[in-house]
Design a protein around this ligand. Structure first.
Ligand SMILES: [Zn+2]
Length: 266
């Protein structure tokens, strides 16, 4: 029987192997793993793309000679600008599965090796506890006041751009309560008319962003100094540097600007 082609998502740390072809940049599509699979590395089947299975595994060392433009390792975030969206998104899933695999090798209660029982489940043979990839939800919100929106610079942003208020969901909280709490804690403002906008997996390393829009209700901006070092309302004609197309923040801002973001979140 002829062997089927697979889409291969090969990682070294957060770097993904991509090929430059006549039809643009793609992950390798071939029958055999494009790079020797190291001992101790598991090949995970993570889904299907264009009717072909998608598989992923990680390398322990960088690929020698992978610096040619035709075959290179590239940071997953950077690959967004090169790979077709579907391949970038599947790359994100692959990265999360590999991360989970690496971090769930032993049962945290018994300390014995876990067994993988499905593509996204492992089980402890001793206490029978099951382990799934952990996904950490975080909210992000666009707050509008008249013809302006609130943009902030968080201390943990990778760059000089200004983004939107965001934060992690806490145990026992609804997403809506989380938005109100984060906005009040980080900016001192109160908001109203909270509406769901959309969501986006954020595989850095295991998040999902849940986006909302809201209107300013009351309060003066009082920044939480440990989290934010800048924040103000901006109109369309005095916007500072804003986040890249990769992010849900940008899609929320583009939506307000009346522009279509390239990222179709479905
Ligand atoms: Zn156990």
């Amino acid at each position: 029987m002829e062997q089927e082609n697979c889409n291969w998502f090969v990682f070294y740390k957060d770097q993904i192997l991509i090929l430059q072809t006549e039809n643009g940049y793609h992950v390798p599509c071939c029958t055999e793993p494009p790079v020797a699979v190291p001992i101790g590395s598991t090949i995970h089947t993570i889904g299907e793309m264009n009717g072909l299975p998608c598989k992923t595994y990680s390398l322990h060392t960088p690929i020698p000679g992978s610096e040619s433009p035709a075959r290179q390792m590239m940071g997953l975030r950077a690959s967004f600008d090169f790979l077709p969206l579907q391949e970038y998104q599947m790359g994100g899933k692959a990265f999360q599965i590999l991360n989970w695999d690496q971090n769930s090798r032993y049962c945290p209660a018994c300390g014995v090796p876990t067994h993988q029982i499905s593509p996204i489940a492992k089980k402890c043979p001793q206490c029978r506890q099951e382990f799934y990839p952990r996904i950490s939800p975080a909210i992000i919100v666009r707050i509008q006041k008249g013809d302006s929106i609130l943009l902030v610079h968080a201390r943990n942003f990778r760059g000089t751009f200004n983004g939107l208020v965001a934060g992690f969901l806490e145990p026992g909280e609804t997403l809506e309560e989380c938005v109100h709490r984060e906005v009040a804690e980080e900016t001192g403002l109160h908001i109203k008319n909270l509406k769901y906008f959309g969501s986006q997996p954020w595989p850095y390393p295991s998040g999902i962003m849940i986006g909302f829009t809201a209107d300013y209700e009351s309060g003066e901006i009082k920044l939480q100094a440990e989290e934010l070092n800048a924040g103000a309302f901006y109109t369309k004609d005095n916007l500072p540097e804003i986040p890249g197309k990769l992010s849900l923040a940008r899609k929320l801002i583009d939506d307000w600007l009346g522009e279509n973001s390239q990222t179709d979140l479905g």
